[in-house]
Ligand binder design. Structure first.
Ligand SMILES: NC(=O)c1ccc[n+]([C@@H]2O[C@H](COP(=O)([O-])OP(=O)(O)OC[C@H]3O[C@@H](n4cnc5c(N)ncnc54)[C@H](OP(=O)(O)O)[C@@H]3O)[C@@H](O)[C@H]2O)c1
Length: 496
């Protein structure tokens, strides 16, 4: 169950936002801190009051309400009298909690009183003790929300919820902060009464909050159960990645009980030991593509040569590491041109450059490498049996296929181009130009090359090719290119 939270600043806005919140979420939490002209009776007549949580949070509890304590609880008492589904108050305001429980009995109301514990600093490891302390305060539902400083804090919430799953008290628990995103997706499957989400189009969401549409339609929170297999992206940062959208949509499209999460990791060692038995497969991105190698039991030949891992699968033999970046690149280029015996100039000798170079070598292309830092170009050329081209000479050489594996042309510097103006004076018909950059999809390099007659292939196709290979490795299902392409474009549009 998902609760959509709203913080209106007037009765009119409360009506507007409740309409939206209730149409998207199962419950709506209205924070009335700022509503001076609040009319709860009107709200109860317009909406299904049983699906509404009313709360009024004061400043020292992370809210915005500025009045005194008796002014604060007055509307909550009203909400109980009217019979709203829920009111929420902090355990730290214990007298107010008692007063609300007293009113509930006095009015013979069936409103559920939520007693909540928030910690905006961290996630104490003794949450169980905190839970035991607050368990008998008389509230109907216990809410424990803490701040995640490390990805492993999600497991503290998981253990807390799983240990109380059969208890008679309903518990709501999840984490704040970007490192706590996992808990917002999985808390219900661990036994939380609900997860919380903001409305997507509302002002900037706090880090870690996942908009209701994404939580519901992409992560499928209301369908996830303990039996779902867990996949995800390990990296830092992870929030720009579109994988969460593409893989979750593919799982849903193929009716696979699995979910893909963003793991924002600071310490790979800590993550691999804490989460080892939690996932079935991982994508790996910067800065862990090389650092993850010591944790693997097997590495396939290509990944070993490339020296970087972008995909992990749990097998009977342990953790298998592989690299699908080269598969994606070769897949995109081969749509336009055969590679065998073609002269291929690769710009860039970073992670993508290396993977692509080994892919081209695998298809027996003749490789030329050019990189801003010449040492890296020489190192890669030697490994691969290619030739090094000085960065300043890249515009002068002849080739059949040009590959950009640098960051040049990538947003926000989409006006930059890895080739100089003189290159675009050439007739490029017969040449294929591939750009690994996929944000934007059509880079300046591709657009200018196309104008001169080149066949072009973009980085989105590489992304799609490598994501399809990951999905097939994990599930045994070769996903349709059309659907993977559609989901990738939707994700890019959503990211803006
Ligand atoms: N489509 C896909 O699926 C996919 C997958 C992976 C990567 N990519 C894209 O590929 C690009 C490279 O990623 P990566 O993972 O290889 O990054 P990386 O390991 O950090 O390497 C960056 C590369 O870009 C070069 N570079 C950066 N700024 C430059 C500049 N101003 N002038 C000249 N060279 C410059 C670096 O040269 P130095 O060595 O001299 O610093 C290096 O070769 C990115 O745009 C990334 O989004 C796409």
């Amino acid at each position: 169950m998902i609760t959509t939270s709203i913080i209106p600043s007037s009765q009119e806005e409360a009506i507007d936002l409740l309409e939206k919140a209730l149409s998207k979420g199962d419950l709506a939490e209205i924070r009335i801190d700022l509503v001076k002209d609040l009319n709860l009776l009107e709200l109860s007549r317009r909406f299904d009051k049983k699906r509404i949580i009313v709360t009024n949070r004061k400043k020292d509890e992370g809210g915005l309400f500025e009045g005194n304590e008796s002014q604060r609880i007055l509307p909550l008492i009203d909400a109980i009298k009217i019979g709203f589904g829920f009111v929420d108050i902090e355990f730290s305001s214990i007298d107010s909690l008692d007063a609300l429980l007293l009113k509930k009995r006095e009015f013979n109301s069936d409103t559920n009183v939520i007693g909540s514990y928030h910690n905006f600093e961290d996630t104490p490891s003794n949450l169980n003790e905190i839970l035991s302390e607050v368990k008998n305060k008389g509230q109907d539902i216990i809410k424990i929300v803490t701040f995640a400083n490390d990805i492993s804090d999600n497991l503290i919430i998981r253990n807390l919820l799983l240990s109380k799953k059969d208890g008679n008290k309903k518990i709501i628990s999840f984490l704040m902060g970007e490192r706590g995103e996992v808990s917002r997706v999985l808390c219900c499957s661990w036994g939380s009464f609900t997860s919380y989400a903001p409305l997507k189009n509302l002002a900037a969401t706090a880090p870690g909050q996942i908009p209701i549409e994404i939580l519901k339609d992409v992560y499928r929170v209301n369908s996830i159960n303990e039996k779902f297999d867990i996949y995800g992206l390990v990296g830092n940062p992870v929030k720009e990645s579109i994988g969460y959208y593409v893989h979750n949509k593919l799982f849903s499209y193929y009716n696979i009980d699995a979910v893909y999460l963003n793991f924002l990791v600071d310490d790979i060692n800590k993550f691999m030991s804490a989460f080892k038995n939690q996932f079935k497969g991982l994508c790996v991105t910067m800065p862990f593509k090389e650092k993850v190698i010591p944790y693997l039991d097997t590495i396939d030949q290509m990944a070993l040569k490339i020296g970087a891992i972008n995909t992990i699968k749990v097998t009977k033999e342990g953790l298998l590491g592989t690299n699908t970046d080269w598969i994606g690149a070769v897949y995109s280029i081969e749509k336009m041109s055969q590679i065998k015996n073609k002269k291929v100039l690769i710009l860039g000798a970073g992670g993508a450059g290396k993977a692509i170079a080994f892919g081209i070598a695998n298809r027996q292309g003749q490789i030329l490498i050019s990189n801003r830092d010449p040492k890296k170009a020489v190192e890669l050329s030697e490994k691969i049996g290619g030739e090094t081209i000085l960065w300043e000479d890249r515009n002068k050489v002849d080739f059949d296929i040009l590959i950009n594996a640098t960051k040049i042309g990538m947003a926000p510097e989409e006006n930059s181009c890895p080739m100089e103006d003189s290159f675009f004076e050439r007739d490029l018909s017969g040449i294929t130009v591939f750009d690994a950059v996929y944000s934007p999809i059509f880079t300046k390099l591709l657009l200018r090359s196309k104008k001169q007659g080149a066949k072009i292939s973009n980085g989105l196709d590489m992304y799609i090719g490598q994501a399809m290979a990951q999905f097939e490795l994990w599930t045994g299902i070769k996903p349709s290119h059309e659907e993977t392409d559609r989901f990738s474009r939707e994700a890019i549009k959503l990211r803006g």
